[in-house]
Design a protein around this ligand. Structure first.
Ligand code: SF4
Length: 337
């Protein structure tokens, strides 16, 4: 009954994009002030990357679309426009939840044609954003991947992942599991302005520590680096020191991209909060999405010595919990040992 009371009228005014996505109902709840969840039944869970992609995985899973972490720089914003929602506030507050994603995934992984290629989570929106606490989609996804002998990786800013640490540790005994945490900003004022819905950097460092203690080789994405705001030697030095201290084994840093609608959303914030930087950003980005090659080189030369100094170039991804134990009933496990 409680759910009934929270259900919005989806017949009247549901956006065509949401209807196409399989909308069942839209829900608001007091714990998520200002957020609407659009619960959909997805037809497929696995997304295939384009053949031209240079990323080290061919398959992804996105249990949700939109992200309450609300990072101003988020490159996934324009994906909301396919749902007839906007890439600004709607992306932060109109969250599409694929409530049947684990069941659909299990069916897809059970096909004889499935070749157990690596699957990545967190490449578009964060699977451990706050809504995961309510919908608990990840345990079913992790179990489905593990049971199917499929290696997988997770990238997140969400300490909520700690809830599933026992499950992930168990999964890592049977398949290859990689976990990466995104921490790009230590300064609290910038964190509140640029990543207002994300847990504090300190909580993410504690997540790194918890993962390391559980035996995971934790990779940290210092990304994006925000030109003129988070690229000072002092900021980067403090950040890499904290990451190493938390137990990460590897890290990478790269400059912010400003593509499509993300560009407008970010520059609106910059113009309000740091108007003096607008001119410099015009020089760095011009009309494009990427910083100039000169800036990219400059940043690399600033970051590389820090990676060496803090020993953050060790192999990523593999876990050190007990080695996989293939059984005759599950011979595929040997492939991932
Ligand atoms: S946590 Fe990731 S997906 Fe979510 S808003 Fe931030 S950058 Fe986007």
């Amino acid at each position: 009954m409680r759910w009934q009371a929270q259900t919005l009228d989806v017949e009247d005014g549901a956006l065509p994009g949401l209807t196409r996505a399989g909308l069942v109902r839209s829900v608001r709840t007091p714990e998520f002030d200002g957020v609407t969840f659009h619960e959909v039944l997805c037809k497929s869970a696995l997304n295939k990357m384009p053949e031209s992609s240079s990323l080290p995985f061919r398959w992804t899973i996105n249990p949700m679309r939109g992200c309450t972490h609300a990072c101003r720089y988020c490159f996934a914003r324009s994906s909301h426009e396919y749902l007839d929602l906007d890439a600004g506030r709607d992306f932060d507050s109109q969250i599409v939840v694929k409530t049947n994603v684990a069941a659909v995934l299990r069916r897809e992984l059970g096909r004889r044609s499935w070749r157990r290629e690596a699957v990545a989570l967190g490449t578009n929106t964060d699977p451990y954003q706050r809504a995961e606490g309510r919908y608990r989609l990840m345990p079913g996804i992790i179990r489905a991947l593990t049971d199917a002998g499929t290696p997988f990786s997770i990238l997140t800013k969400g300490p909520l992942l700690r809830r599933d640490l026992p499950l992930l540790t168990e999964a890592a005994r049977r398949v290859e599991v990689s976990v990466a945490v995104s921490i790009a900003i230590l300064d609290m004022d910038l964190h509140r302005g640029l990543e207002p819905g994300t847990p504090a950097p300190r909580a993410r460092l504690e997540l790194v520590r918890a993962l390391a203690d559980a035996g995971f080789a934790v990779h940290v994405m210092v990304a994006p680096v925000i030109p003129c705001l988070t690229d000072s030697t002092a900021h980067l030095e403090a950040l890499f020191a904290a990451i190493a201290e938390a137990g990460a084994t590897s890290a990478v840093a790269f400059p912010m991209h400003l593509r499509g609608s993300t560009r407008d959303w970010f520059l609106e914030w910059l113009g309000t909060e740091h108007p003096a930087l607008i001119r410099r950003y015009r020089q760095l980005y011009g009309r494009g999405a990427n910083v100039t090659p000169a800036y990219a080189t400059w940043l690399r030369e600033r970051v590389n010595p820090l990676l060496d100094a803090y020993d953050l170039r060790r192999p990523q991804g593999r876990t050190t919990p007990a080695a996989p134990t293939p059984t005759p009933a599950d011979p595929q496990l040997a492939l991932f040992g």
